[in-house]
Design a protein around this ligand. Structure first.
Ligand SMILES: Nc1ncnc2c1ncn2[C@@H]1O[C@H](COP(=O)(O)OP(=O)(O)OP(=O)(O)O)[C@@H](O)[C@H]1O
Length: 680
């Protein structure tokens, strides 16, 4: 929250320089503070910082409100919500008016008392009704708002390319928004509305009560003085967030406590009373700060109305009952634990500033431009041409991952003809996967050109380019869904065709193990929705078909969660599922197939040799005349069928067919002999 602009200063922080740095010990922490910092203290309090942040975010708040009002059904609900909240904030003033008026008459007047009782009853009923209305309006309103922003964020985030995502991740923007590709928290928008309303409610409530008090107490001796004194302690800009442990702006803290370091590493529990993290320690008020004038004044202000009241009573004992009652009412009106809570409004302002800055980011994220710029030309000109595959050429391509100094690929040149089978081999980290990522334009080369069917890849429309590719990357995703859905997602258009899903599973080598699962293709990897229940009768062993584990039950909890445990399958089986999913894309008839090139990144890394052999055979047969590119560090039988083998290690070290490279007798031949020969 405190984004204090700091002047850049050259120099070193040498904690051993005792002339410049004061050393103190706080618990297990050694604190070093600059004795005379020449950094100017920022002459603003944290409160004004908070309000500055709120004011800066106002344009986004206005935009957010416009957007919310534009959501279907939200305008009426939001209006109703605001009316309910404003009415609720006025009720304490109405209640106060009747209490004060009844007291002011000083006589036992039955009519006044009846009025008072009826008004009090009406206020209580009205408050209950308003609370009930709020509980009916707020849930659907917040749901519509969340759904709207959820969709909006989804569009923003999924359209990012990897370099843009990388920049966002490095700048912590995604983490701050709590959003990733699969999950993000858009409740900040609703929280912003709720907190803004709460603050407005507190202000309306306070002003209306103040108005009542002033009106009623105008005539009463010392009444107004009591009102002002009671109010003063809450509205003076005290900064109660003392951070006196580190008094200087320039400081550093370290600890050498081995037990603390060990325990932090194990994250089990903390040792000793003084073993706290430094930021926690920094929040503690020091003894010196407790003696500061601000602190003492602040404390005195709390009792000032009582002191004035006591003096008043000593002077005019006759007015005691009335003044005492008034004092209690005034204090209640501004009470921190009452309806109108000044300190709560400060905390809410802080919270509002945080949520507003998040809201700002939700909008700013939409302005981020992708680094991989979309092409404009359609591809291919003739869909039929895909049947005979597409060609890929790298011309002097070099590539560095964003933020990396080292080249992943350097000056790489090769050409894979249309319909050829190319196998890229090399040791771990040699750049094999990077080649596939560049062909699919997840990244653009740092230098050089990539040609697809002799056309610069950057000129082709991204959607068209990806439509002609069927890709299996190493880091495939498992969804917490059924086996059928996990495979079917490879081609959502065919996902409901059981025969196609089974065929894909057979080609991917997953059919046998899936059939052996308790529910076959309907077996869930993990059930995404749990069942909930209260304390079931003793002896219950199953619920909705799942076993119930009573051993962890806590009888004091009224809600328990139950469901089947996640299915444990081997890495090889997970890979078979992923390969089957990729096969789903190839299951449409040759004529309909939009893929002209199939890219596989280590599709057999977790498969046993037999499964690998079978998979490669199926893949070779299935590709027909299409271009196929494999990346692998296992030089199996596949390389023998390849039209082109690229042995890479940052750059292309060797290229040719298996026989050519074996004849050459260089590194490829050496590794092939090492890996494959013993099995032949
Ligand atoms: N997202 C990334 N960000 C930064 N560096 C990366 C990233 N991905 C890969 N690298 C680096 O780029 C180099 C090439 O990686 P690449 O994944 O292409 O190798 P590989 O040959 O496919 O390795 P493996 O056989 O282990 O899959 C490596 O040094 C790797 O550390």
């Amino acid at each position: 929250m405190k984004e204090r602009p700091m002047k850049a200063r050259t120099g070193e922080f040498d904690h051993q320089d005792a002339r410049r740095f004061k050393h103190t010990r706080s618990g297990i922490w050694d604190l070093y503070e600059e004795r005379q910092s020449n950094l100017p203290r920022i002459p603003v309090s944290s409160i004004s910082e908070t309000y500055t942040l709120i004011i800066q975010s106002l344009p986004h708040l206005v935009r957010m409100l416009k957007d919310v009002l534009g959501i279907r059904r939200c305008s009426i609900l939001l209006f109703a919500y605001l009316v309910v909240e404003v009415l609720a904030s006025l009720i304490p003033a109405v209640s106060l008016w009747y209490v004060e008026s009844a007291m002011e008459t000083r006589t036992v007047d039955t009519t006044v008392l009846v009025h008072f009782a009826v008004a009090h009853l009406i206020c209580t009923v009205a408050m209950r009704f308003l609370r009930y209305s709020r509980s009916c309006i707020a849930p659907p309103l917040s749901l519509y708002i969340k759904q709207f922003y959820h969709g909006r964020m989804f569009h923003s985030v999924v359209h990012f390319d990897l370099p843009a995502l990388h920049t966002l991740t490095r700048s912590n923007t995604l983490q701050e928004l709590n959003c990733g590709l699969a999950y993000w928290n858009t409740s900040s928008i609703w929280d912003t509305i709720e907190i803004s309303t709460d603050i407005t409610k507190i202000l309306i409530s306070l002003l209306s009560q103040l108005l009542v008090l002033i009106t009623v107490m105008w005539e009463q001796q010392d009444g107004l003085l009591l009102v002002v004194l009671s109010l003063l302690q809450y509205i003076l800009p005290w900064d109660s967030t003392g951070t006196a442990v580190a008094g200087s702006l320039v400081w550093a803290a370290t600890t050498t406590n081995e037990e603390f370091v060990l325990m932090q590493g194990l994250k089990e529990f903390r040792v000793g009373n003084d073993a706290v993290e430094f930021p926690e320690l920094k929040q503690c008020r020091s003894f010196k700060e407790c003696l500061s004038i601000t602190f003492i004044l602040q404390e005195t202000m709390h009792v000032l109305p009582q002191i004035v009241f006591t003096l008043h009573v000593m002077k005019n004992p006759m007015t005691t009952p009335l003044s005492l009652a008034s004092l209690i009412l005034i204090k209640q009106a501004f009470n921190p634990s009452g309806n109108t809570d000044f300190s709560a409004s400060r905390k809410l302002s802080l919270l509002l500033a945080t949520h507003l800055s998040r809201t700002r980011k939700v909008y700013e994220i939409e302005n981020i431009r992708n680094k991989v710029v979309d092409g404009t030309e359609p591809f291919p000109e003739n869909q039929q041409s895909l049947m005979s595959g597409i060609s890929v050429e790298f011309r002097n391509v070099s590539f560095q991952y964003p933020g990396r100094d080292r080249y992943a690929l350097r000056d790489v040149s090769f050409k894979i003809g249309a319909g050829q089978l190319c196998v890229v081999v090399g040791v771990n980290g040699s750049g094999k996967s990077t080649i596939l990522k560049l062909i699919s334009r997840l990244y653009d080369p740092t230098e050089g050109t990539i040609l697809i069917d002799d056309r610069d890849i950057k000129t082709i429309r991204l959607a068209d380019l990806r439509a002609v590719m069927s890709i299996l990357f190493q880091d495939y995703t498992q969804f917490p869904l059924s086996m059928r859905e996990n495979i079917g997602l490879g081609n959502p258009a065919l996902a409901h065709d059981d025969d196609k899903v089974r065929e894909a599973a057979r080609l991917g080598g997953a059919e046998d193990f899936v059939d052996e699962l308790p529910d076959g293709f309907d077996t869930y990897l993990e059930l995404p929705v749990n069942d909930f229940h209260g304390n079931l009768p003793e002896g219950t062993t199953t619920l909705f078909g799942y076993p119930v584990d009573l051993s962890h039950w806590n009888p004091t909890d009224d809600v328990h969660i139950s469901g089947p445990p996640a299915l444990q399958i081997s890495r090889g089986q997970v890979q078979r599922l992923a390969v089957s999913r990729t096969f789903m894309r190839s299951l449409v008839s040759e004529m309909e197939s939009s893929a002209g090139i199939l890219l596989f990144d280590e599709p057999s890394a977790s498969l046993d040799p037999l499964a690998e052999h079978d998979l490669f055979e199926r893949l070779r047969k299935l590709r027909g005349d299409k271009t196929m590119l494999f990346s692998t560090h296992r030089f199996g039988n596949l390389t023998q069928h390849a039209d082109l083998i690229l042995y890479i290690d940052e750059t292309v070290q060797e290229k040719g067919t298996h026989d050519e490279l074996m004849k050459k007798g260089a590194e490829y031949a050496r590794i092939w002999n090492l890996q494959a020969k013993p099995f032949i």
